[in-house]
Design a protein around this ligand. Sequence first.
Ligand code: SF4
Length: 378
Amino acid sequence: MIILYLTKQNRNSIYSLLGILETYNYFITKDIIIFEKLNNLTIKHNEKHFFFFSFCTQDAKNHYSILQKLKNICKKSIFVCGGPHPSAKPQECLNNGFNIVVKGEAENIIDEILKINEFPKIIESKNKVTLDNYPPYPLKDPHYSLYLEITRGCPYNCYFCQTTKIFGAKPGHRSIENILKYCEILIKNNLTDLRFVTPNAFSYGSEDGIKLNFTQLEKLLFSLHKLTYKKGRIFFGSFPSEVRPEFVNDDTLGLIKKYCSNKKIIIGAQSGSDIILEKLHRKHTVKEVFNAVEIAKKHQIKVDIDIISGFPFETKKDILDTIKFCEKLINTGCRIHFHKFMPLPGTQFENLKSAELFPEMKNFMNKWIGKGLVYGKL
Ligand code: SF4
């Protein structure tokens, strides 16, 4: 059997993996078991199984602990891992007991992985994945689906983020026909709220991910709207994805108003200090965030703003600039989604230490969290 460990954090990856496995003729129940709690896993311990784990850095310790318990009872099984953390720290995963680590994309090499018989092994796909070649969820049971991945890869290479490192700088887009095909199946199965995974929703169709491809974006949203006209809702540029500020303009927001159900978008701003934005390699300015919010206001679209603080190089002035920036945005009706900086493996900031938040930042957060205008963890 192929056995998948499902957690709150890896749900979308595991559901996508079910779709990928289906293309290799492995099906839920017949060939695949999913478990969330060890106590609920009923398998023959003396048989050889393939355990697949997919995890991010925040979930790594939990996965190592489950792995140890499983290795004690399933001595003949093979333990495979992939996802953001294993891609960046393959040797650490082997040291913790995994037999096979998949670096980067797994789609094209599932057969190869299942045939490996020399361990430990780090395996990496040579060819970039074409999203159209794999369903985003298992067609036999579309209820194993959350969000549809429409774009993979990001050209911006922000120094705190793993996306460019794992998937490369050149974006690959799922075609409109392919997106419609899978959305139609979801709707037929009464899964009517359509949400998408993409590094920057408004970059859909863009060859380099930097230049807006309005024609393709409009075609996508128009087609989705047509598909969902009687039944279904499109959420675009909001959870679980976001948009970059410089992609927000009258045209892109016009599409949200015309074709989508969300009344809010999420803009990745990350800091209210241009000095910090430059250090993060964000490639946009504070002014561009204000412009984007102004345009959204004109279109009566609400905005949540992503902010990160706790970088060790932030000065008191940077923090005060960010607080001022956030307060201005709150006063125009935005909400702030706060993230504490966490150095992620494989990124340029991997070796930095997360700094204690300045008291001014804590005070700012405490003041607004109670009012529901700032959310996130301190
Ligand atoms: S933070 Fe967003 S824009 Fe920057 S590299 Fe990651 S996905 Fe791309």
